[in-house]
Design a protein around this ligand. Structure first.
Ligand code: GAL
Length: 649
């Protein structure tokens, strides 16, 4: 458990650097990330590098005892470079260029930009790859931030056609896979195919899905270009990338496979404000963040990093970019830091050392104020540094007993053809996660097709395409399995399977979905389960089967089918019903379910139980009477953290 911070020496007078470095160490920080936006200072003129200032910055930080994460600066190409390569600019879905003047003004598919990235990354790694203070590398910064994964440029169109030709070999196969005969959308050659935008009405969903896959692969190969250079020139250093929250436009498991460590940027208050939470939830968790948002991503990125992950940017105070930017409760920055360690983070690094008094993010807090005095976030970071010492080193990799199948493709598919406005895979995954965490369960996130043999309970909230690998992984595991509605409802090409939904799931459970309907908000369906009335909303399916249903709709028809340990829901339960169903299944799976105080979350790791209070008032820790507390105690104030020895471990 280490702490770190993001630092921009190029933003401050050089005379401050040494004091800053010493103050970081005094605060208990051991990592510092630099460099990721500094291209215009590294290469002020084409081909003319200025390393002198960076040499001194690295030496100053290193001499103070800090380890450095060096960022490659490819999220911020300088003006001269953009002017040299107009083809590198991304084009948005309305056909407009995304021009210079902020950041991320590039298209992943631009060959000329890829060549420029190779050039700067090589120069940087040649200069610093062997420097003893460089402990890790970060490629670029937040791939996809500001909606930049998908571009409709000429460069993207060209590479998309090549990608399609490799995928389908001949254009007739593509026409069949896409059902292009519908509305005379047939193509005679790959060259005729454009990126899917600016059409009169919705584009062909198969075309759209392939574009998502293509765009995702572009991010993977763009990252890989840099990773290959760094591995060659800076062996022995971890390579990472900092992912974002609630962002699914590329498959992070695929990018993660090329990294040593996954990292992500955690802004709990910004996420609460910017995403789909209800006005009541936004108010209730105003200064704490939703109790499951950080955990959801910690668990996801632990999966993407194959067990190794960090928080690269932790919110230190109010941010600048949400619609409203409240301040965290006193103690909340500390609590978020502990939440990350409780989920196995190796490092939590704050964004940023000092609030910048200029440019776009001048209203974004840091650990320090612009006048160089310590801010509240800095005080809390120091407190965590002291507390870490009490616990000593703890195991970061530990397998949970519950797995949630996290499917980027399922999310794309739900967005491409939602069929009902409120249907979105990501929300359903989050609700599922939140219900499980509310029962005190630890959760792993795994990609579809991953080995499931170590789990007791596996949930796929709405696995729209079920691959053969997934069916095989399910067959090999002994876990209780829950598949939500729409699972198996599409082939990989986005067509309805020949045997009707749930397609390949029929190998596990003999059912057929014959009609589906999406429901307006407020339209509920009653599901009778063991004489209890569960409410379904959003989605409802008619299912035919010889099996006796496990739960029925009011009219007696099957709503939930179970055979052996495999379960299929033909409806989407509301929160209460979801919690009830998951609780039953967890008990079937032999898991111990806890009833936690509202808005308290716990995690078990390394022989400790960690509890965080996300409520705005006091709660009591769900600890045994005689618990041996290392941090906190039975009474948990708002933003309170209690850590005790896990005697059940
Ligand atoms: C992140 C980004 C940082 C900074 C931060 C502000 O998305 O990686 O560079 O902009 O947000 O909260």
């Amino acid at each position: 458990m280490k702490l770190g911070v993001c630092y921009y020496p190029e933003h401050w007078p050089e005379t401050w650097w040494q004091d800053d470095a010493r103050a970081m160490v005094a605060m208990g920080l051991s990592w510092v990330r630099i460099g990721e936006f500094a291209w215009s200072r590294m290469e002020p003129e084409p081909g003319h590098f200025n390393w002198a200032w960076l040499d001194r910055a690295i030496d100053t930080l290193g001499d103070a005892g800090l380890q450095i994460v060096m960022g490659t600066p490819t999220a911020t190409p300088p003006k001269w470079l953009v002017d040299q390569h107009p083809d590198m600019i991304a084009i948005d879905e309305n056909g407009r260029p995304r021009l210079f003047g902020s950041r991320r003004h590039y298209c992943f598919s631009s060959e000329s930009y890829r060549a420029e990235c190779l050039r700067i990354v090589t120069a940087l790694a040649e200069r610093y790859g062997q420097h003893p203070a460089i402990g890790a590398w970060q490629t670029d910064n937040e791939f996809g931030c500001h909606n930049t994964t998908i571009s409709y440029s000429e460069a993207a169109a060209t590479r998309f056609r090549q990608w399609l030709a490799r995928r389908y070999n001949d254009v007739d196969s593509l026409n069949r896979a896409w059902g292009s005969v519908f509305w005379s959308m047939e193509y005679r050659s790959f060259d005729e195919i454009d990126p899917p935008h600016l059409t009169v009405t919705e584009v062909n969903p198969s075309h759209r899905l392939d574009y998502n896959r293509f765009a995702s692969n572009e991010v993977v190969s763009f990252n890989k270009l840099q990773v290959d250079v760094l591995r060659r020139l800076s062996p022995g250093r971890d390579i990472t990338h900092n992912f974002m929250g609630f962002y699914t436009e590329f498959d992070h498991f695929d990018v993660g496979r090329d990294l040593d460590v996954a990292t992500w940027d955690s802004y709990p208050l910004g996420f609460l404000e910017q995403f789909w939470f209800s006005p009541e939830e936004k108010q209730r968790y105003l200064r704490q963040g939703h109790p499951d948002v950080a955990g959801f991503h910690h668990d996801l990125y632990r999966g993407c990093g194959q067990g190794r992950w960090w928080v690269m940017e932790q919110q230190p105070g109010p941010v600048n970019w949400a619609r409203y930017n409240p301040a965290p409760l006193p103690g909340m920055v500390r609590a978020w830091t502990w939440e990350a360690f409780a989920h196995g983070a190796e490092v939590v690094s704050y964004f940023r050392w000092r609030q910048a008094p200029f440019a776009q993010e001048q209203m974004h807090a840091g650990l320090n104020l612009p006048d160089r005095s310590l801010d509240i976030g800095g005080q809390e970071a120091r407190q965590v540094a002291d507390e870490i010492e009490i616990l000593g080193p703890i195991a970061t990799t530990e397998q949970a007993k519950v797995a949630l199948i996290f499917s980027y493709e399922a999310d794309w598919m739900s967005l491409i053809q939602p069929q009902g406005r409120s249907f979105r895979w990501l929300h359903m995954a989050f609700e599922t996660y939140s219900a499980l965490r509310g029962m005190g369960l630890d959760v792993d996130m795994v990609p579809p097709g991953a080995d499931l043999t170590a789990y007791k309970l596996v949930i796929a909230p709405a696995q729209i395409h079920v691959s053969n690998e997934l069916v095989e992984a399910i067959s090999k595991s002994e876990a209780v399995l829950l598949l939500g509605p729409r699972s198996g409802s599409k082939t990989k090409d986005f067509q309805i399977p020949d045997t009707l939904p749930p397609g390949p799931v029929q190998q596990l459970l003999p059912i057929k979905v014959t009609r589906v309907e999406s429901l307006r908000p407020g339209t509920l369906s009653d599901v009778i389960y063991k004489s209890r009335d569960l409410k379904g909303h959003m989605w409802r399916e008619d299912i035919r089967s010889q099996l006796i249903p496990h739960a029925t709709y009011k009219n007696g028809e099957g709503a939930w089918y179970q055979q052996g340990r495999v379960n299929y829901l033909g409806f989407w339960p509301d929160r209460e019903a979801l919690a009830h169903i998951l609780c039953e299944l967890a008990e079937d799976a032999g898991l111990e379910v806890q009833s936690l105080p509202e808005d308290v979350r716990i995690s078990r790791r390394g022989g400790f139980v960690f509890a965080i209070n996300y409520a705005a008032d006091t709660r009591s820790a769900p600890a045994p009477e005689d618990a041996d507390f290392l941090v906190g105690g039975h009474e948990m104030l708002p933003a309170g953290v209690s850590i005790w020895r896990d005697v059940t471990a």
